[in-house]
Design a protein around this ligand. Structure first.
Ligand SMILES: [Zn+2]
Length: 400
């Protein structure tokens, strides 16, 4: 019986199997397809909403930045009787003697100015005094969180590399350390406006190129270079800026802030064997020129000539921000290069000539280099720029 039934069952099953299999396959395929379609449409909707929210948040960010810049008081009209040399006695840091714990001459800025006055390169009442950057100004680049972090003395101590500052009450740190810095920031921002009007401007301070919007370090608490450039974008109708960073150290702050921003071209000539070893930020340098420890004056200047030639072929700036650190000086314990004082004078002259020959407004910042001899070297270099008529300080010193 078993044998007689089975062929009958097999025969009828065989007849049924084909349509059932087709049905099952069709059903499974339909389920799979609808699941895939559902996932695809959800993914699309999510992407669209993410794109829209990031576009609207970056749109909002740009609007907020614009309104902060437009309500700032850092740009103000400077009478023609003044010379675009910017300095305030508020720049200098004195902190109950504690500043001497750092290998920095923390009164460098005042001493540069003193030399220029004594040497009769400029009249005291011709020097432009900037305004201090307010919290609203600093927020153009910095986050609220970063600025709040400076309310802890330990954080400021870490950034300026003076550990004992950590134990001081924050109000004292604000007044003795941060106040000088916000004044120098005000000077850097104002310098771009003056440079646009007069062709050049020198802030006898600033150049805190290790600080980005979110992070300070290496004695740099505020990102004055990034602030200066954002103000210029917004208020000076400028859309292409070249940063020429010739401090001995890598300018990782502005590099981080302008990562992938095609409006800013960065030429950075630095010693890669010293602080800050920021390889991530170095990816955003448009033109990297390594100067190894022990590089001497002639080799340094030759590399600079080559670099400027490449830069001029690569980018057509409407403003140059020149970070003129003097820690490339022979004997500087941090820079480890061997450039002579005359080499610094030559370097600054080359950069100013580069800007002048192309009619590009130039802002110079004094940046790093805090040996006792730095102030004299910087003053001598500014005097040379005046002698060569690359700047006009209101005194005829061409034939002196
Ligand atoms: Zn430096």
């Amino acid at each position: 019986m078993k044998n007689s039934v089975v062929p009958i069952w097999t025969e009828s099953t065989r007849n049924l199997i084909k349509p059932v299999v087709v049905l099952v396959i069709t059903f499974a395929a339909t389920v799979k397809l609808s699941q895939a379609l559902y996932r695809y449409s959800r993914r699309r909707a999510r992407n669209r909403s993410e794109t829209m929210s990031s576009a609207s948040s970056s749109g909002n960010e740009a609007d907020v930045r614009r309104s902060r810049v437009r309500s700032s008081k850092l740009y103000f009209d400077i009478p023609n009787s003044k010379v675009p040399l910017i300095y305030s006695s508020a720049y200098d840091i004195s902190f109950l003697g504690i500043e001497k714990l750092h290998p920095f001459d923390s009164a460098k800025w005042g001493r540069i100015c003193g030399f220029l006055l004594v040497d009769n390169v400029v009249d005291k009442n011709c020097i432009v005094e900037p305004r201090e950057a307010s919290k609203n100004d600093l927020l153009v680049v910095h986050s609220e969180e970063y600025l709040n972090s400076l309310k802890k003395s330990a954080n400021v101590a870490m950034i300026i590399e003076v550990p004992p500052v950590a134990i001081f009450p924050n109000c004292l740190v604000q007044q003795k350390v941060l106040y000088p810095f916000v004044n120098q920031v005000g000077g850097t921002v104002l310098a771009a406006k003056l440079a646009k009007e007069r062709g050049w401007a020198i802030n006898i301070g600033g150049g805190f190129h290790h600080c980005s919007g979110e992070k300070g370090g290496g004695f740099c608490v505020y990102a004055d270079i990034s602030l200066c450039i954002h103000f210029a974008f917004e208020l000076l109708n400028i859309s292409r800026v070249m940063i020429i960073d010739l401090d001995a150290h890598q300018g990782n702050g502005h590099e981080t802030d302008f990562a992938n921003d095609s409006r800013v071209y960065i030429l950075d000539m630095y010693n890669p064997g010293i602080y800050p070893f920021d390889y991530e930020a170095s990816r955003y340098i448009d033109q990297k020129v390594a100067v190894a420890s022990g590089t001497t004056t002639n080799e340094y200047l030759r590399k600079l000539d080559e670099a400027l030639e490449v830069a001029v072929r690569s980018f057509d700036p409407e403003l140059i921000v020149y970070n003129a650190g003097t820690d490339i000086l022979d004997g500087d314990p941090l820079g480890q290069l061997k450039v002579s004082p005359d080499g610094i004078t030559n370097r600054d002259e080359k950069v100013f000539r580069f800007a002048r020959n192309r009619n590009i407004p130039i802002v110079m910042l004094t940046s790093g280099g805090y040996m006792k001899s730095s102030a004299r070297v910087i003053a001598d270099s500014i005097t040379n720029l005046s002698k060569k008529s690359l700047i006009d300080t209101g005194k005829n010193i061409t034939n002196r």
